[in-house]
Design a protein around this ligand. Structure first.
Ligand SMILES: C[S@@+](CC[C@H](N)C(=O)[O-])C[C@H]1O[C@@H](n2cnc3c(N)ncnc32)[C@H](O)[C@@H]1O
Length: 245
């Protein structure tokens, strides 16, 4: 059921192919320290990153900065951080005055870490409800409708390690986005004016990902494009309900 939206087709046509496999593998060579405690500093905050929890990188910060400066506007809105990881998105959304903050991750350790930092850096606020959720994408999620969703998915198209924690954080591939868009659509989780921000680069199969959004009746557009000058291009897509949704 390929979406016949001409804008969607034009977007597909101008997206780059994935980089060559050997370049993707070289760019995503796993660090040996995922199973250790690491540290992360951002925006004046200090985080201890427990074993197995994703250490935010430059791509993560493209979302974090936009939540912080209001480019991704969560004030008074129901927000879900899909793949919450360390919890930075949830913390920023709470401080920016989201009405509901759902921190969703398949990894219980990430959800627990997010809860801990939310309590420490945001705390109780009368106008914000914080809901930590362990779920496989939206399987296990009972909230909604959602006004804003962000997702920095583990969409790298090459398997860069046999370690299941590295795969979960980095390289599940585009099939995860298929399930993400299918569940958003079938469970009608997105509010009529809702916005989904998905950040992916050409180390992933960008066309397959955009095609999954189109196939489920969504309207993707390029919100921001960053060229890292090493062959990697990172796309921040904004995805909204299609006209017929
Ligand atoms: C690239 S990390 C991003 C973490 C954080 N949002 C950030 O940007 O720093 C991907 C996150 O997605 C989570 N994840 C992987 N598969 C998932 C699934 N099926 N459902 C929910 N979360 C998943 C991982 O545990 C990890 O925390």
């Amino acid at each position: 059921m390929l979406n016949d939206d001409p804008a969607g087709r034009a977007l597909l046509d101008r997206l780059p192919e994935p980089l060559p496999p050997e370049q993707i593998i070289a760019l995503n060579r796993p660090k040996a320290d995922l199973h250790t405690v690491r540290h992360y500093e951002w925006n004046g905050w200090s985080f201890e990153v427990p074993p197995g929890v994703f250490l935010p990188g430059a791509t993560s910060r493209m979302i974090h900065e936009r939540l912080l400066d209001g480019t991704i506007d969560v004030r008074g809105r129901a927000y879900a951080a899909m793949g919450a990881g360390l919890g930075v998105e949830a913390v920023v959304a709470g401080l920016r005055g989201a009405r509901e903050v759902y921190a969703i991750d398949v990894h219980p350790g990430s959800v627990d870490t997010t809860r801990r930092y939310y309590e420490q850096l945001v705390g109780n606020r009368a106008s914000t409800t914080f809901v930590p959720v362990v779920a496989d994408v939206f399987d296990g999620f009972t909230g909604g409708p959602l006004d804003v969703v962000t997702f920095n998915p583990p969409a790298v198209s090459q398997t860069v390690s046999d370690d299941p924690d590295i795969v979960r954080n980095v390289c599940v591939g585009s099939s995860l986005l298929e399930r993400f868009f299918a569940q958003l659509a079938e469970r009608e989780l997105l509010a009529p004016d809702g916005e989904v921000f998905v950040i992916v680069s050409n180390t992933a199969d960008l066309r397959a990902i955009v095609e999954h959004a189109l196939d489920h009746g969504f309207r993707p557009e390029v919100h921001y494009l960053h060229d890292w000058r090493d062959g990697v291009q990172t796309y921040l897509f904004r995805v909204r309900q299609g006209k017929n949704a």
